[in-house]
Design a protein around this ligand. Structure first.
Ligand SMILES: Cc1cc2nc3c(=O)[nH]c(=O)nc-3n(C[C@H](O)[C@H](O)[C@H](O)COP(=O)(O)OP(=O)(O)OC[C@H]3O[C@@H](n4cnc5c(N)ncnc54)[C@H](O)[C@@H]3O)c2cc1C
Ligand code: SF4
Length: 513
């Protein structure tokens, strides 16, 4: 049963066995496993319930209702825009459906550096299989690859570089290109179309437009959760809701799960809460080709190919280096984020049809921290402090130079980066100018769709917030299954890694009852 906030007209008091907070990658998987074990399950999701018919493919309408802060959440210094979905299905509703596993080098790093002996390839294998089956993960069909992405694969092949086409969780995709604003064709197999409807059919009660505010411990290891039923669009508080539960599964995402614990006063004995944040920031690059070379980045699967020639496996941090990935599908955002103004901006947008967009993804170190305030309405105001390390900046600069060189090899006439302090590049000899690029707020905008690590797994509370079973170190019967539990960045796209981490423990709990 799915109950939307607008269907609730008086205060609500519920009792359940398991309460899941958040309905994205981690929460959707959890809800399904709990419901399939026959446990009474309630899901509370702050965002609204949207279906295919609601996605009108207009950025100006969809961003404000499907994304946290309308897609305008940034780090405290404004350097990085941090995208998170906030709706039934969480970020899986708005992502580009690239399905990538946690790289073995990363797992090895977690085992070596943090002693996480339960996070092995063998231990996760069954979870991958279950998640891949549920979400229909397969290699993207060639018919939905656009030129913007194909040019990466073709050029890499010619140069002898490592590259590939992404696996994806789609079914019946027509390549409309609108993944970021919700799939109007029910093709993208996010939790909104897979785990959540199945959980609902198995008896889970899923409430949307309901924000969890705090958790109150009761006797006997049980909890009472205090929540607010919200207005759909402005998220003003309408009504109170409480839910008593024997078990709580937190999946409100990397920014909001630790906020709930903090507001509840449950952070005592958890010194790592809100620390060790990775954002895995990306730099967007545009490469203009001759008019005759249509790139059509707004059609087809937006992000469907990658070049992984520059992966760099280092025991001290797992996977380093950088990756080039096709990007596209959000013309408004690309226009807005271009640092050019006036005639120069006009020129860039006139060249949009024959411009290839690429994101340079640079795995980072877990150096960020978070803190939170709450307004009188109980709305959380997160503060994300994140300064990239010097080593990371060096990899970004190298990534920008190599990626630009790559696009010139592909036939680009001009390459631009999302920063006002670099000129347009018209040949590879000019690229040394990138060496001195100051990576500073105000001079550029980086993007992150992969916040991770604010409640990381650790063997004890000195290093982590949850143990290897994803249970809080300081309390029984509270688990965290979202992106916040990653010990360091998964060094790749995070949907499948989070689903798999959640599945491993939720499947186990479901079998234990
Ligand atoms: C634009 C975009 C593109 C992406 N593309 C890809 C991709 O192609 N491939 C990939 O692997 N990954 C991608 N990702 C990343 C991936 O989708 C996310 O990392 C992943 O879904 C995060 O899972 P999660 O469970 O941590 O949180 P989410 O999926 O973000 O879900 C958290 C949910 O909790 C809800 N919530 C928050 N606070 C509360 C509260 N107090 N009470 C109740 N509910 C609350 C939120 O509204 C949200 O719906 C993308 C992300 C974005 C934003
Ligand atoms: S490309 Fe279009 S049809 Fe395919 S998953 Fe994305 S939004 Fe859906």
């Amino acid at each position: 049963m799915i109950i939307q906030g607008q269907e609730i007209f008086s205060p609500v008091k519920l009792k359940t066995h398991t309460l899941v907070i958040g309905s994205g990658s981690g929460g959707g998987v959890a809800a399904y496993h709990m419901a399939s074990a026959g446990l009474d399950t309630v899901v509370l999701e702050e965002g609204g319930y949207f279906q295919a018919r609601d996605f009108n493919q207009r950025e100006e309408d969809m961003m404000s209702v499907l994304y946290r802060s309308g897609g305008n959440q940034t780090t405290a210094d404004g350097l990085i825009t941090v995208f998170q979905g906030s709706a039934f299905g969480g970020s899986t509703l708005v992502n580009t459906a690239d399905a990538t596993p946690i790289e073995p080098e990363v797992l090895h790093h977690w085992q070596r550096q943090y002693g996480l002996d339960q996070l092995t390839e063998e231990a996760l294998a069954a979870s991958y299989e279950r998640v891949y089956t549920m979400t229909n993960v397969h290699r993207l069909e060639d018919r939905i690859l656009n030129r913007n992405n194909l040019i990466l694969v073709e050029t890499a092949k010619r140069l002898g570089y490592k590259a590939g086409v992404f696996n994806s969780n789609r079914k019946g995709c027509i390549g409309s290109g609108y993944c970021f604003t919700g799939c109007a064709y029910d093709a993208k197999q996010g939790t909104n179309l897979t785990y959540l409807p199945k959980a609902s059919a198995l008896g889970a009660r899923i409430y949307t437009d309901v924000r969890v505010d705090r958790i109150e411990p009761l006797s006997g290891g049980r909890y009472r959760v205090h929540a607010s039923v919200l207005e759909r669009f402005n998220r003003a508080v309408r009504l109170p809701m409480t839910v008593e539960a024997e078990r709580i599964i937190m999946a409100a995402g990397t920014v909001h799960t630790p906020a709930i614990l903090k507001r509840s006063g449950l952070d005592r004995g958890l010194p790592q809460l809100g620390r060790n944040l990775s954002l895995q920031p990306q730099m967007v690059m545009s490469a203009s080709f001759d008019k005759s070379e249509a790139m059509t980045s707004w059609r087809g699967a937006p992000q469907s190919a990658y070049v992984n020639e520059w992966d760099d496996n280092r025991p001290e941090w797992g996977l380093g280096g950088f990756r080039m990935e096709g990007a596209g599908g959000l013309v408004g955002l690309l226009a807005q984020s271009s640092k050019a103004i006036g005639h120069e901006h006009k020129r860039i947008m006139q060249e949009y049809p024959n411009t290839a967009y690429t994101a340079i993804l640079v795995p980072d170190h877990p150096t960020g921290t978070m803190s939170w305030d709450w307004d009188d309405n109980g709305r959380v105001k997160p503060r994300i402090d994140y300064t990239p390390t010097a080593e990371w900046k060096q990899r970004l600069i190298n990534g920008m130079k190599q990626s630009a060189k790559f696009m010139f090899e592909a036939g680009a006439r001009r390459v631009d980066f999302n920063t006002a302090v670099l000129p347009s590049f018209t040949n590879p000899d000019q690229l040394s100018k990138i060496d001195d690029l100051p990576i500073e707020p105000g001079l550029m905008n980086l993007v992150s769709a992969h916040p991770q690590g604010s409640c990381r797994v650790g063997l004890n509370a000195d290093v982590g917030v949850v143990d290897q079973n994803l249970k809080l170190h300081n309390l029984d019967n509270i688990y965290i299954v979202d992106g916040s539990v990653m010990p360091t960045t998964a060094s790749t796209h995070t949907m499948i890694p989070i689903m798999v981490m959640s599945d491993r423990i939720m499947h186990k709990l479901a079998n234990e009852g």
